[in-house]
Each structure stands twice: as structure tokens, then as C-alpha cells.
Design a protein around this ligand. Structure first.
Ligand code: BG6
Length: 509
């Protein structure tokens, strides 16, 4: 173990040798995230030597051209830098396989190729199929894998599938996808990826809550006033992303998956053990307990949707959403969402969870802030001045990963005057090393057969149930108008009104 962040792996299963087949290998995700993640794992000595990559995609390409394209991106994004010699050795294990997704012959050739790779290893092997493709191709790819028998593993080996988001566009399509996936692979071999669960700080939520004595007794409606989960991005629709985004929107793109996953980690009960199912059993209970916004009136009272208009990011003039490349000029797709949600359990009864997410906000930051109730104002009020501030525990998911706690302290001097101060923990200074990329951890876990950090079928479907009510009311009731905010600002006034209705305001960060 040469990486201090990986001590946990000692108690986990070890990744096993396998061939990773990436469908959609010429895409951005494969180039920017997946292959660099495998490269970095290999540089850190986390992978068994025998991990091979086969890129499956439609375009004609040789192995060499494919490897060169991957190297170019790896030079730009690799966490451990890019060493040409190390890369060259690593790249010998990368192959390209050209086929369209609906060509059975292409899959037969793939099966032969995988057998040949296994034979070089001296036997049968494990296979990890990564679907980094648009959901409309899932049916084709899964059916064909089944037709040529690639979903079945040889004795003593495994065949698993990793499915990228978006996992459906509503509950009905998610159920259909789940059915298609589970017709081909067992649920136990299905890994639905949500890269937020691979973030070090998201994983730390359980440790913070359940490995420290001081938080859990306060972690309930007796002591917590409200919780905020915010995800701000300064990016807009760069790199032609508008085409996909305009069919999705912030609710489906971020809230259905990433933010509801964070919410479930913050609100879950302690699991009975750390097994994948014990953890996911508790998470799904939270999502199931979300109060459903099942009428347009409830949606109107508890949600805000908005689009950015022209504005300034870091001093640069940027376009409004409807002027972006590949976006419908009359688009009704939201780039910002704020929701007031309630988790109707004994622990959380009456505690609002404010969730907000937006593109083209002033900076990139994701954080969860837990706002504790104020102390009774019956002591220091005798001194005049403002009452003590509430205690706020901030879990910074990114960037500047860490945790801070706001407390009140006496200002030095003869008089009793108070000022809020912060206790701050930063991963970078405490551990002296940057956290691994989320995809590294998730790929490693899928090779080790650990699905804890992947979404289970019922979690995904429960999240869609909650989101579908909102989606339907927005698009069919005419009761929730699209608000606006200028790019580079913190979102629309309507979102401020939403949180102010509970007597508080959004945390500035
Ligand atoms: C992706 C969304 O899942 O997450 C993107 O599709 C978003 O729209 C991205 O930008 C944010 O991820 P991160 O890790 O940069 O916060």
C-alpha cells in the first residue's frame, strides 16, 4: 500500500485481473475519466498487473491511433502526471475494437478477441463491460452481449456490467432499463455508477457520522434546524454539451442521482454492517421517505426552476442558456433548481432539506451544511448586541475538500463580545496528498466485486418517483414558471424566497 488513502482497502476485497471493455470508447468520458483512472491506479500500484482494456466503438481506428488519442488526454488530466515510458508500457494493454452497437458479427469478433486475451493470460478470465454510451443504445448492446454469451462468465470467473448515467429519463424508462439490464446480468453483477459516491468526501460522511461520538446524538430534529445541499458550477454548455443537456436539465442531470445520493448519506440510519446491501438498505429508506410533491400546488410551493441569461463569469461575457450551441432557442430546460424537501421519518420530522444546483453560478463548489438550532437567547442577550450565531457544520465535497464547524467565541478583551469562528479540517493539509479521482475508486470496487458505492435498482427507481412528480408539474401544469438569473450570479430571487419562507437564507460560499 503506497497510498495513505487506500488503507481501507486492506479490509476490502482486492481487485482481480480482468479485461475492461468500454463501449463508447471514443467518447469524452472514456478519454477524460476512465482510461486516466485506470492509468493512475496502475501507477499507484493498486491494480493487478493483468488488467487489459478493449475500447469498443463505431469509428474505424487502429490500436495505435486509439492509444495516441488516449495519451493526449491523459497528458492533460492525469492526477499523477504522465510519464511517457510508464504510459507506453501501460498502453500495450489497450486495444481497439471497431463495431457498430447493433452488429452481431462485431460482438462475435469481440468474444473471440476476449478469448484470445484470456488465453495469453493462460486461461479463462473476468470481464467488466462498461456502458459509456447514450441510453438509447443500451438495449442493443445488452441484447447482443447476451446473444453471443458474453454475459455468462466461465467457471470461477465473473462478468459484470457498469452502467453510466443518465439511468433513464423518468421512472418508466428507468424501470425499462433496469429490466433490460437485469435480463442480461444479475443485479449482483450490475454496477450503476454515480460518480459522486466515489468522491472521498462523500465516502467520509458515514465515517464522520458513525465513527465520532459527538455528532450522532445531535443528528436529528431536536437539534438540527435545517440542512442545505448545494452544488454550484461555473461551467455552462462548453464542448457541445448543450445537445445532451437540453434533453435532461438540472433536475435529471444532478438531483435525481448525485444530490439525492448525498442526501441519503446525510440522513440515513446507521447500517447494521458495511456490506453493500446493508448500506443501500438504509439509503433507500431515506429516498422512500421523501415527502412526495404529488400535486402541482406542492411543486409550486416547494421548487424553483430557472435558466441563466447572458452575464459574466470571471470577467468574461458569456451567453445565455438559450443562445448556447445545440440548445433550443425556446428551450424550457432548467439550468438551476432549488427544492425544499422533507424526509418524513421520526428522526427528521419537520427538518427542511434545501437542495440547490445550478450551472453558470459564480464558482464551482459542492457542499452540505448542517445548521444547528440556536441556543436559547436568554443569557448573552443581557449584554445587548446580536444573538449568538447558529452552529454550522459544513462538509465540503469539492473543491478544497474538508469539514468546518462554525462556533461562537469570545473576542479577546475585558468585555464579553462574541464572534463566530471556524474550526477547519482540510484533506490536503491533514493528509498531505490529493484525493483519488472518484472513477478510480469506483473502477477498483467494481473489479473487487464491491457494490457499496453503486446505486441499487430500488434506489434509482425511488429517486425517479420523487423527481417525476416535479417534472410532471413543471411541464404539464403551467403552475411553476421558469425563473431567470444572470450568468455569474447566485441564482434567481425566487430561490431566495423559497428558503426565506423558513426564516433563513442560503449559505454563501
Ligand atoms: C455530471 C453531470 O454527472 O456531473 C454534469 O452530467 C456535471 O452536468 C457533473 O457538470 C459534475 O460533476 P463534478 O464531479 O464535476 O461535480
Amino acid at each position: 500500500m503506497n497510498n495513505p488513502f487506500r488503507e481501507d482497502l486492506v479490509s476490502r476485497n482486492k481487485p482481480e485481473p480482468c479485461t475492461v471493455v468500454i463501449f463508447g470508447a471514443t467518447g469524452d468520458l472514456a478519454h477524460r475519466k476512465l482510461v486516466p483512472a485506470i492509468y493512475n491506479l496502475s501507477v499507484d500500484g493498486e491494480l493487478p498487473a493483468d488488467v487489459k482494456i478493449v475500447g469498443f466503438a463505431r469509428r474505424e481506428k487502429s490500436d495505435e491511433v486509439f492509444r495516441d488519442g488516449l495519451a493526449e488526454l491523459n497528458r492533460q488530466v492525469s492526477r499523477n502526471g504522465h510519464d511517457e515510458e510508464v504510459w507506453d508500457r501501460f498502453a500495450e494493454n489497450i486495444h481497439y475494437h471497431q463495431s457498430t452497437f447493433d452488429d452481431l458479427d462485431g460482438y462475435k469478433r469481440l468474444a473471440e478477441r476476449l478469448d484470445a486475451i484470456d488465453a495469453e493470460r493462460g486461461g479463462k478470465g473476468n470481464r467488466l463491460f462498461y456502458l459509456s454510451i447514450a441510453p438509447e443504445f443500451f438495449d442493443d448492446v445488452l441484447e447482443k452481449l447476451k446473444e453471443v454469451g458474453l454475459n455468462e462468465a466461465a467457471d470461477g470467473c465473473w462478468a459484470r456490467v457498469i452502467v453510466e448515467k443518465p439511468f433513464g429519463k423518468d421512472l418508466a424508462s428507468a424501470r425499462h432499463l433496469n429490466q433490460v439490464v437485469n435480463n442480461t446480468f444479475d443485479e449482483a453483477d450490475t454496477y450503476r455508477i454515480d460518480h459522486y459516491l466515489g468522491k472521498e468526501t462523500a465516502q467520509n460522511i458515514m465515517v464522520l457520522r458513525f465513527a465520532n461520538a459527538i455528532y450522532e446524538p445531535l443528528w436529528n430534529n431536536q437539534h438540527i434546524d435545517h440542512i442545505e445541499i448545494s452544488c454550484a458550477e461555473h461551467l455552462g454548455m462548453e464542448g457541445g454539451r448543450g445537445g445532451y443537456y437540453d434533453t435532461a436539465g438540472a433536475l435529471r442531470d444532478m438531483i435525481q442521482n448525485h444530490l439525492l445520493q448525498l442526501l441519503s448519506l446525510v440522513a440515513m440510519e446507521p447500517p447494521t454492517d458495511l456490506s453493500a446491501d446493508a448500506v443501500r438498505d438504509e439509503k433507500v429508506k431515506v429516498i422512500r421517505a421523501l415527502r412526495q410533491l404529488d400535486t402541482p400546488e406542492k411543486v409550486a410551493a416547494n421548487t424553483v426552476r430557472a435558466q441563466y441569461t447572458e452575464g459574466f463569469i470571471n470577467g468574461d461575457n458569456v451567453l445565455g442558456y438559450r443562445q448556447e450551441d445545440r440548445v433550443n432557442p425556446e428551450s424550457q430546460t432548467e439550468t438551476y433548481v432549488a427544492i425544499k424537501a422533507f424526509v418524513d421519518t421520526w428522526r427528521w420530522s419537520g427538518v427542511p432539506f434545501f437542495i440547490r444546483v445550478g450551472k453558470r453560478l459564480p464558482k464551482k463548489a459542492t457542499e452540505i451544511s448542517v445548521h444547528f438550532k440556536n441556543v436559547p437567547n436568554v443569557l448573552f442577550n443581557q449584554l445587548g448586541g446580536s444573538p449568538p450565531s447558529e452552529n454550522v457544520l459544513v462538509i465540503r465535497i469539492q473543491p478544497d475538500e474538508g469539514i468546518s464547524l462554525r462556533m461562537n467565541s469570545k473576542l479577546p478583551g475585558a468585555a464579553i463580545r462574541m464572534e463566530p469562528v471556524k474550526m477547519n479540517f482540510q484533506y490536503s493539509t491533514s493528509f498531505g496528498k490529493s484525493s483519488p479521482e472518484a472513477y478510480e475508486r469506483l473502477l477498483l470496487d467494481s473489479m473487487a466485486g464491491d457494490a457499496t458505492l453503486f446505486a441499487r435498482r430500488d434506489e434509482v427507481e425511488e429517486a425517479w418517483k420523487f423527481v417525476d412528480h416535479i417534472q410532471n408539474a413543471w411541464h404539464n401544469s403551467g403552475q411553476v414558471p421558469m425563473a431567470e438569473y444572470a450568468a455569474g450570479t447566485w441564482g434567481p430571487n425566487e430561490a431566495d424566497d423559497l428558503i426565506e419562507s423558513e426564516g433563513t437564507d442560503w449559505r454563501r460560499f
